[in-house]
Design a protein around this ligand. Sequence first.
Ligand code: ADP
Ligand code: ZN
Length: 218
Amino acid sequence: MIILMMGAQGTGKGTVAGIISKNTGIEQLSTGDVFRKNIKEKTPLGLEAEKYISSGNLVPDEITIPMVTNYLDSDLAKNGIILDGFPRTLSQAQKLDEILEQRGKKVDLVINLTTPREEIIERIMTRRVCPNCKATYNIKLHPPKVEGICDECGSKIIQRKDDSTEEAVNQRLEIYETKTAPVIEYYKNKGILRTEEVSVRINRLGQQVAEDIVKDLK
Ligand code: ADP
Ligand code: ZN
């Protein structure tokens, strides 16, 4: 089963994908995490991607598409995959369809998370991540049990560089509006879009949304 996670930054995509993955055994692939891992390890891919990421821009398709294709063809995807952070543009969505079609596969479900804008900004600024195991936290909504320490692996949690300045956050939200919103429309027209609001305003957080989706998948 091929599942895509859509939604602006800070809507809880990674969290929701993680819960679905744990409960279904379908592996989760976050393109952002793959880029960050490569940057940390200073691989050629990482050095190239860093130029774009540090300024809040998208990494070009020539780098991103082959990377995702490699994962789709790897053992990791043998039970399907949950893609988190890809596709982010209409051109990536169309290329993904081609790649899957060549392999006799298709996108089965697209989960679109929406959150009011004012909540998003606050959530991104209060987001923390574990650099070791990639677990994500929110110091207000979902803090670790021990302050500053990852529940899963005991590492010190940090704030991502691109989460710490309002310019970079705004830049990414802007890109999302212009480039990624048309992708939502694309999947809506295919009839495979499931939109879910994640918001404290309606007391519905990612955990609940993920549990409902898992129930429906079983
Ligand atoms: P966020 O969604 O909060 O920006 P991600 O972890 O998904 O964070 O991605 C971090 C950065 O990695 C993005 O800002 C972008 O520069 C790059 N990136 C991730 N996925 C893609 C993609 N599908 N296409 C191009 N660039 C990407
Ligand atoms: Zn950890």
